[in-house]
Design a protein around this ligand. Structure first.
Ligand code: PMP
Ligand code: GLN
Length: 385
């Protein structure tokens, strides 16, 4: 197709295709084991798929209500109260979204005005920065301190000024697998008190937390909950990332603004799958058993590679493991991830891409949401590198 010249003034001049797409594509081309993009290589439950079929056969095939199916919102309210001890009203404080990505974009679009500053912690999940920029905001970066990726809250405090509109946190954290503690959340609570800063708490891995640790949802902290959009993803919890369903919970005044944007970003999301999830989520073992399920995978993978030349940076949550290769080569992580995929046939994600300054700590991220046989094959290869 012929192009009319010079009509584009890109709003995202520095953005290319996401690393997840790039590495998954390379893995496919190279016939490599794909531990790059975060998704399970096993299926979600047939019970859940049967419920979707049932909904479709029943004629649940037209638009869902704008804010989501009320029966599903009620179940989310019950789960949130049970786990975090707070009550969100299903009518006015819960919205079902097209995955967490849309919820994050929508919360940013609804809140951030031209010139507003938004604090994000690096390494950061990749969708925050472009969403802030598309909406005229200015991302302000705080680097977490390797190797435990802790946050220096004094540093955060110093960055707060009249233009600070939002702080985005993510626990359990992608890509590092670290989790925020009770003390971290209290420190943040103190920093935002008496300000008009809103918080996005990206909690998509809320049910994947290891070694008996408890997920510190922003919902548990009144000084955060009063100003927080808490966002989760069914894709992570029920092994169906391709369904792209998630949700956002927030106090009513925030949710009113969220829905003003939501109705024009997507209006509503997949109806039959909401119907199925509303049933499936009633059984609490369907999400409460997730931590031990994934801890076993983490431990299995780590036990297989413990004598390799890779150094394990232990994950406390999520389904990712970071491995340092500093004892193997000095290559840039972006190049080494490509070499591992092409030469050794195991694909991973270079962690530098999650840093604004592309900081290269010689660390790669591996997704362990895989069948044991996949993890075994990958670990055998990595152990010989
Ligand atoms: N936030 C984080 C931290 C994630 O890891 C992901 C996806 N893995 C998302 C948001 C997006 O979730 P979804 O696929 O539901 O859009
Ligand atoms: N969140 C997934 C990951 O971290 C990928 C999602 C995506 O491909 N956008 O790998």
């Amino acid at each position: 197709m012929a192009e009319y010249p010079n009509i584009i003034k890109s709003k995202l001049p520095k953005v290319g295709t996401t690393i997840f797409t790039v590495m998954s594509q390379l893995a496919n081309e190279q016939n490599a084991i794909n531990l790059s993009q975060g998704f399970p290589d096993f299926d979600s439950s047939t019970e859940l798929s049967n419920l979707v079929t049932e909904a479709m056969n029943k004629g649940v095939n037209q638009y869902a209500p704008m804010a989501g199916l009320i029966s599903l919102r009620e179940q989310i309210a019950i789960k949130t109260e049970k786990l975090y001890g707070v009550n969100y009203h299903p009518e006015s404080e819960i919205t079902i979204t097209a995955g967490a990505t849309q919820a994050i974009y929508t919360a940013i679009a609804a809140m951030v005005h031209e010139g507003d500053e938004v604090i994000i912690f690096t390494p950061a999940y990749d969708c925050y920065e472009p969403a802030i920029e598309l909406n005229g905001g200015k991302p302000v970066f705080v680097q977490m301190n390797a190797p435990d990726y802790s946050i220096n809250w004094e540093q955060v405090k110093k960055l707060i000024n009249q233009r600070t509109k939002m702080i985005i946190i993510n626990t359990p954290h992608n890509p590092t697998g670290t989790v925020l503690s009770n003390e971290d959340m209290q420190a943040l609570e103190k920093i935002v008190s008496d300000t008009d800063i809103v918080v996005i708490s990206d909690e998509v891995y809320e049910h994947i937390i290891f070694d008996g640790e408890h997920h510190q949802s922003a919902a548990r902290f009144p000084g955060l909950a009063e100003r927080a959009f808490i966002i989760s993803s069914f894709g992570k919890t029920f092994h169906n990332t391709g369904w792209k369903l998630g949700y956002c919970i927030a106090p009513k005044n925030l949710m009113v603004e969220f829905r003003k944007a939501h109705q024009f970003v997507v209006f509503c999301v997949n109806h039959p799958m909401q119907y199925a999830l509303a049933e499936y989520i009633k059984k609490e073992s369907n999400y409460l058993e997730l931590s031990s399920f994934y801890q076993q995978k983490r431990d299995y993978f780590n036990s297989l590679i413990k004598d390799s030349r890779f150094e394990i940076l232990p994950s406390k949550g999520t389904y990712f493991e970071l491995l340092s290769y500093k004892n193997i080569t000095n290559m840039a992580d972006t190049e080494y991830a490509i070499e591992l995929t092409k030469k050794h046939k195991v694909a991973s994600i270079p962690v530098s891409v999650f840093y604004h300054q592309k900081l290269d700590e010689k660390v790669l991220r591996f997704c362990v949401a895989k069948k044991e046989e996949t993890l075994l094959k990958a670990a055998e290869i990595l152990s010989k590198v």
